[in-house]
Design a protein around this ligand. Structure first.
Ligand code: GLY
Length: 356
């Protein structure tokens, strides 16, 4: 499998990926490397990763608490203080070894310290391999608002090693599948058929799927790095998905959802709204329902909870002039942005979900 070369950096998936990494570090000759992990990747991924390094420069290791609730300014401050204590200079390199929280937060902390340190991403979850680690979006949550603070700064290199997926709990794996299903929906019939015709599991064909998903994201991001238009389609399912995810963490007693678990519900709701507004084909919506049932359990929402979720839509990053902008699909691969999604249509979509 060849490396994927973007305008600014390379994504290595091939057998020589660690050779490429070691050569890059050698050529950069950083004053120090900090490998950032969370408590999970520190335990399950760090030793393996370090065994692949063949470098001469000094190296430090820093671990933070695992979990979306730590993707905040307090954790950033902890890391900036730590960088300061170990006297990192501008020639330091940060290596983010982890899932979406580590690559988002680590990229943000690196990009803001001393006005910007170089960073690399070594994603260890399916979700971060196909989505979070590529495209340069870095950031943290503002209380319950997802990724409200951040910058777009590209990593210098991304290494995709599917070995890490063997350490992943099933629900974390399935969370990543939601983003792959999204890529199928927004890209093409052929990719949609590949990812929806049978259950995606951790086997050899997964590597091909990861490769294709990364290519799809890379092409979109290269054409619109700062999300002026085309990149918005990567947010398909995320308007309601983010609101549901935030709500699930905010509301006492509600089951906290993983990003992909909330996005999967968001995909179903967005496809239902797309069906009602733009005629998205019913049989494709049904296929998505089937896919949803392979990986996810139904979540129940009370009417009042749905209303509270809708209240969070006013914070969506795609909003303009106070209007909530939804990404919708006319068909697989054919998207449009609409500010005409009524509250009634959203309630109908929730009713459809609740009746599945
Ligand atoms: N995760 C959506 C994007 O990178 O644009």
């Amino acid at each position: 499998m060849n490396s994927i070369v973007t305008n600014e950096y390379s994504i290595h998936l091939d057998l020589d990926k660690y050779l490429a990494l070691n050569q890059y570090i050698d050529s950069l000759s950083p004053s120090k490397i900090v490998v950032l992990t969370d408590t999970n990747t520190h335990q399950y991924c760090l030793d393996y990763f370090v065994s692949k390094l063949d470098i001469k420069c000094p190296i430090d290791f820093k671990s933070i608490q695992a979990g979306e609730q730590f993707k905040n300014i307090e954790t950033c401050k902890e890391l900036w203080h730590y960088f300061s204590e170990i006297t990192l200079d501008r020639k330091a390199l940060i290596i983010n070894l982890g899932g979406g929280v580590i690559t988002d937060l680590g990229g943000f902390v690196a990009s803001t310290y001393l006005r910007g340190l170089a960073y690399l991403n070594i994603p260890t979850t399916l979700l971060s391999m196909v989505d979070a680690s590529i495209g340069g979006k870095t950031g943290i949550d503002l209380d319950m608002l997802k990724n409200q603070i951040g910058l777009i700064v590209n990593p210098k290199m991304v290494i995709i090693d599917t070995h890490f997926l063997n350490t992943l709990p099933e629900e974390e794996f399935n969370s990543g599948v939601a983003e792959i299903l999204k890529h199928g929906l927004i890209h093409s019939e052929s990719y949609w058929n590949l990812v929806s015709n049978s259950k995606i599991v951790n086997n050899n064909s997964l590597k091909e799927i990861i490769y294709k998903s990364i290519l799809i994201k890379k092409e979109i991001v290269e054409n619109d790095p700062t999300e002026k238009n085309l990149r918005k389609k990567l947010n398909f399912g995320h308007t309601l998905g983010h609101a549901i995810e935030s709500y699930s963490h905010l509301k006492k007693g509600f089951q906290p959802l993983l990003h992909g678990e909330a996005v999967a519900i968001g995909l179903l709701l967005a496809c239902h709204i797309s069906h009602n507004l733009l005629g998205f084909p019913k049989e494709k919506l049904e296929k998505l329902v089937q896919g949803y049932n392979y990986y996810f359990s139904k979540i129940s929402f009370k009417k009042i909870e749905i209303n509270e979720i809708l209240n969070l839509l006013k914070f969506d990053k795609k909003n303009l002039n106070g209007q909530v902008n939804f990404v919708l699909l006319k068909d697989i691969g054919s998207y449009s942005i609409s500010d005409e999604v009524s509250i009634e249509l959203i309630h109908e979509a929730f009713d459809f979900y609740l009746e599945l």
